[in-house]
Design a protein around this ligand. Sequence first.
Ligand code: GAR
Length: 202
Amino acid sequence: MLKARIAVLVSGGGTNLQAILDAQNSGVIKSGEVVLVISNHADAYALTRAKNAGVEGIYISKKELKTQEAFENAIIAALEEREIDLIVLAGFMSILSERFTARYDHRIINIHPSLIPSFCGQGFYGLKVHEAALAKGVKVTGATVHFVNEIPDGGEIIAQKAVEVQDGDTPEILQKRVMEQAEWIIFPQAVERIAYEISNSN
Ligand code: GAR
């Protein structure tokens, strides 16, 4: 059984990328292997994490390529060149077009830091999600792993985990708890599950 070849798309710190790389080392992820990390920010710390793990990391600049189409074509070329089977969005803060998502139907997964359908869709990313949850006064939030389709955060749900909101939480404190208690656990598990399915169908 061949391992699924995984590309992780990132924009920032890359703690979810790290959780996936750690899960490979610990054996939680055994049906797939991260062979490529793509960042749309040159200075993303996630690229350093890739380097430290001996994984190829590349920067693709939307600014330089100017259009969404050219940006996505560059990503597609990188993915095809390395025969990628599964695309994992781990804090990738750029919305992909329908042309892109349709090409990789059920081959792109994303982690979102809320219980979808709450606090999701266009404009809800990173700390903004936790700010909105606190502003609403919800007592429970969490994280969701889902397939990516043409609707932002609208694809089929793969996994969810709830996390308690506590008195005195700031967006930063809540973000950290959601990462520790949900994201870093359910994301590697979901990557393994989908990689397993892909590697068995290859
Ligand atoms: C994570 O909390 C992830 O769920 C969120 O951004 C953070 C990235 O952190 N993603 C979104 O909001 C996507 N809409 P990381 O770079 O440390 O993994």
